[in-house]
Design a protein around this ligand. Structure first.
Ligand code: GDP
Ligand code: MN
Length: 344
């Protein structure tokens, strides 16, 4: 599909094929990023790499979202870097702001109290971002008819050429959630997240699946072990975030106020939800995706995976990741066992 020329109107209507299969064998899928005008160079760099490593052969569209209007310059220069269609969207105002369940005074006090305790501890906008990516991004009108998204971020690195379609791979294997890096979260940012989650489980046993991978996220003392999938890369079947269970869980978290009073990230929220609501076989580690985002990188080391990579094979974070080790070792548990874990 040829790129539009001249006008890059924000909130252009995105049209996707109504059927399961898209045009030319594409699924109803897109690469999606929340991004600021100031990150133009970073997102151009990311899109260029995603195109070079994978998307040049497919042409999945890009959807870029912003809480304020994108500038004309941003839209022009980003569209110029790729032949794929780029959609630019603004967030509905009701998706970006203080939740009804918290009070401004208490939020201000929390930011003040946490500003030197952890990164972004005093940042209000960071909290809006995490809450948005946890509870609203999948509801943006531009994503309406999409079945899948692959989240991208400005300034990351994609190291490896990919010779298959990961959306199709996940669909054909009945997978729901895909990740590449699994680090641990800073405990101070999620002090009450697991207690709040346990409460939701006990109140909603009917929304829990027969079998789940929730034990992956829980330690021997029945507390959250801080393991999560880094959501700056994630490939997800959006039916998961749109499900009744996920929405109920998000609403419960939002009511508890932790997105503001603490600094609950969308990564631990997505990850705990995935572990709690999915089975292990529905979660996929893309070991073949060489990737870097400030903090951690992953470079495939198996000869059959590293052939098309340009990274330093000494970047071995994931081969030493305690959360990946746990992923390999832990198995599913039944609903009753999950509820027992939640009761402890
Ligand atoms: P970090 O990865 O946790 O350090 O957080 P980032 O600063 O990378 O933010 C995560 C994603 O949200 C990135 O894609 C950012 O571009 C985007 N983002 C963060 N804050 C804002 C914001 O205030 N407005 C917009 N439009 N995007 C934001
Ligand atoms: Mn980031």
């Amino acid at each position: 599909q040829a790129a539009a020329t001249g006008s890059y109107a924000a909130n252009a209507t995105a049209t996707w094929p109504a059927s399961d299969e898209g045009d030319g064998g594409l699924l109803r899928a897109a690469m999606v990023a929340l991004v600021r005008n100031s990150e133009m160079d970073g997102i151009r760099s990311t899109i260029r790499q995603v195109d070079d490593r994978f998307n040049r052969d497919y042409g999945y569209p890009y959807i870029l979202l912003n809480d304020v209007d994108f500038t004309e310059e941003f839209m022009e220069k980003v569209q110029a870097i790729t032949r794929a269609k780029v959609y630019f969207g603004k967030l509905p105002a009701s998706h970006w702001g203080l939740s009804d369940y918290v009070t401004e005074d208490k939020v201000k006090a929390a930011l003040e109290q946490n500003k030197d305790r952890y990164l972004y501890g005093g940042s209000y906008s960071y909290r809006l971002m995490c809450r948005y990516q946890s509870g609203f991004i999948h509801k943006h009108p531009l994503l309406k008819n999409l079945d899948w998204y692959w989240r991208i971020e400005p300034g990351v690195k994609y190291y490896c050429g990919m010779s298959y379609d990961p959306f199709r791979y996940m669909r054909d294997n009945n997978m729901v959630y895909g990740y590449t890096i699994a680090p641990t979260e800073k405990q101070l940012t999620v002090e009450t997240l697991w207690n709040t989650t346990r409460q939701w489980m006990l109140e909603n046993p009917d929304l829990l699946p027969d079998s789940s991978f929730v034990r992956w996220a829980i330690n021997e003392k029945s507390q959250y072990n801080m393991c999560h999938f880094w959501s700056n890369f994630e490939i997800v079947n959006l039916a998961f975030y749109r499900s009744k269970a996920y929405e109920s869980y998000f609403q419960h978290l939002d009511r508890a106020g932790g997105f503001f009073y603490e600094r609950w990230g969308d990564a631990p929220v997505h990850s705990i939800a995935a572990a709690m609501l999915l089975r292990k076989d529905q979660i996929h580690w893309f070991e073949d995706v060489g990737y870097w985002h400030v903090g951690y990188g992953h470079c495939p080391q198996k000869p059959e995976l590293s052939r098309n990579c340009i990274c330093d094979a000494k970047q071995t974070f994931m081969y030493n990741s305690k959360c990946q080790r746990r992923f390999n070792e832990v198995d599913n548990i039944s609903r009753d066992q999950a509820l027992e874990l939640a009761r402890l």
